[in-house]
Design a protein around this ligand. Structure first.
Ligand code: MSP
Length: 530
């Protein structure tokens, strides 16, 4: 049997509106983490997608007087276009209207129903249209009203189908006490606290007359499935799970479940760990018969805010990633999103900082290093380099710093601290640029002594090797520029962009580098061009 791949998924985004910066952040982070694994030679699978059903989409479509399916397809196209622009390397694409997904959702429901895990009950109470859920007294503010986060709240009396969370509460608490599933750690503690307070079951159906845009319950045609119960299942339906041994052409091309499950990480924002992923999803899997060892892990990221406040369409307080990518380039956006936030924490979006980061770290530092080194190699040595293994005292301090970098980056990446890995990379770039100033190859080139000549060879060889290693290490975040840099070094990106090759001295003797072309054109900001 094939070894299990590293399996990372993202949340699937609602298609009730175009993608926003938070969506782009999460997907680029997943892309970076999976590219890191591939760089290290680990077989990996990256699944992302869109959440197309539910009341939010139905209402948005109604407002425009079009069918929900037309609406969802139109918004889905915007997500796909953005992911293409940002260079996502996802292996799977989860659209919840996909026929295979629908059958797996129905299969899961049927299985739970047959096992006696679902029951019908009548409920009357307050219902949040925006959050698509019934509210309880716990959701009231001290003055007795429901907060604005719930949007429109209406009174409803309905028969519905329920999934018994309470029955599995003790199991979940035990699981969370015995296994670390959630990163960062404090989120696991928050989840455990919430699990200990589970006091009601989950309503998993919506009457068709009120919500038609969903997957019909297989055992009661008057209802469609609650959108979360449908959406969460994407993680297994698109990974090849067949609850009732389903077959058919719609399953063609899906992966083999055993080669992926359990997911190493569901990468999600902090707003959807509790209750959706940490409570509903884990209990759903348990009720479906998954063992404790088959429970997935969760990597929970923070939020991008604007001016300290949550981004929100209604206040117009929003950054549009498609516009940012066009205005500043996809590379600038990817770099900023990975460099200016610590995984797990929040950050404030600021376009001026995006420009600053890109111009300082990439255009000035890395771009300049590549440009100067290749120009000097061409000018002083006709592009031909001597091996760096000579290890002269002249270059030994810098060589030590280069040797230490891959391990440092690996440690940070394994902890998902992409920002810290980039910081370490940038530190070495700065150091290499500083070394050029001290070594002054333009002076060495004029000095006829054999020592100067040998120092010039060592300098150019070491800097070129450093650039090669830097390109390898930065490639999960900036795959396109990394490949471009490797090509300019006269090397083959597909062979060179491998973590194993992030070692000094792997340039062949007498290697000839190419000519430099700008990899990171400077961004002229509105301010600086005034
Ligand atoms: N459709 C559900 C997820 C179902 S997963 C089975 C949903 N969609 S969403 O479009 O509202 O959010 C998608 C992801 O984007 C979530 O992980 C959410 O936390 C993340 N973000 C939404 N706004 C964000 C920011 N401002 N910043 C960072 N991430 C944010 O929830």
């Amino acid at each position: 049997m094939a070894a299990k791949s590293f399996f990372i998924t993202t949340a699937i985004d609602y298609t009730n509106a175009a993608p926003h910066l938070g969506h782009a952040y999460e997907k680029v982070l997943a892309d970076t983490l999976v590219r890191w694994r591939r760089l290290c030679g680990v077989p990996a699978y990256f699944l992302t997608g869109v959440d197309q059903h539910g009341q939010k989409v139905q209402m948005a479509a109604q407002r425009e007087g079009i069918e929900p399916s037309t609406y969802a397809a139109r918004e889905t196209a915007k997500f796909l276009a953005l992911w293409e622009t940002l260079g996502l390397s996802n292996d799977g694409w989860a659209e919840t209207t996909h026929p295979a997904h629908k059958r797996v959702v129905q299969g899961c429901l049927q299985k739970l129903y047959s096992q006696g895990e679902l029951y019908k009950a009548s409920y009357s109470g307050f219902y949040s249209v925006r959050q698509e859920q019934f509210l309880t007294d716990k959701d009231r503010l001290p003055d007795g009203t429901f907060g604005t986060e719930w949007g429109q709240v209406v009174e409803l009396a309905e028969d519905n189908w329920y999934f018994p969370l309470t029955k599995h509460k003790d199991w979940l608490v035990r699981l969370l006490k015995s296994r670390q599933l959630v990163f960062p750690d404090f989120r696991q503690q928050e989840l455990l606290n919430a699990a200990e307070k589970i006091s009601c079951d989950l309503c998993i159906s919506r009457p068709r007359e009120r919500l038609s845009w969903g997957i019909p319950l297989p055992f009661d045609e008057n209802y469609v499935t609650y959108v979360w119960f449908d959406a969460l299942i994407n993680y297994i339906s698109f990974a090849g799970y067949r609850p009732m041994g389903e077959t058919g052409a719609e399953f063609d091309g899906l992966p083999t479940f055993n080669s992926l499950w359990p997911a190493d990480f569901h990468l999600i924002g902090k707003d959807i760990l509790i209750p959706a992923h940490g409570i509903y999803w884990l209990i759903m899997l348990h009720a479906l018969g998954f063992t404790d060892e088959q429970m997935p892990g969760f990597l929970v990221h923070g939020f991008w805010n604007m001016g300290g406040a949550r981004m929100s369409k209604s206040t117009g307080n929003i950054a549009d990633p498609a516009t940012l990518a066009t205005q500043y380039s996809p590379d600038a956006l990817r770099y900023y999103l990975m460099r200016d936030i610590a995984t797990g924490q929040d950050a404030d979006f600021n376009a001026e900082r995006l420009i600053l980061r890109y111009n300082a770290d990439l255009a000035n530092d890395l771009g300049n290093l590549v440009n100067r080194t290749l120009s000097m190699a061409n000018r002083y040595r006709a592009g031909i380099l001597q091996p760096t293994s000579k290890n002269l005292p002249f270059t030994s301090e810098l060589a030590k710093a280069i040797v230490a970098l891959p391990e440092r980056v690996a440690t940070e990446m394994e902890r998902h601290h992409v920002h810290a890995a980039l910081e370490a990379i940038n530190e070495l770039v700065t150091r290499c640029n500083g070394f050029i100033e001290i070594a002054a190859p333009w002076k060495l080139a004029k000095d006829p002594s054999p020592e100067a000549s040998s120092n010039l060879d060592a300098t150019l060889g070491l800097l070129t090797d450093a650039i090669r290693i830097l390109a390898i290490l930065i490639s999960p975040v900036l795959p396109r520029p990394a490949a471009e840099i490797i090509s300019q070094l006269g090397l083959e990106p597909s062979k060179e962009l491998v973590f194993q090759r992030a070692k000094l001295g792997l340039l062949p003797e007498g290697h000839r580098v190419g000519t430099p072309r700008p990899v990171f054109p400077r961004i002229e900001s509105a301010e600086s061009s005034k």
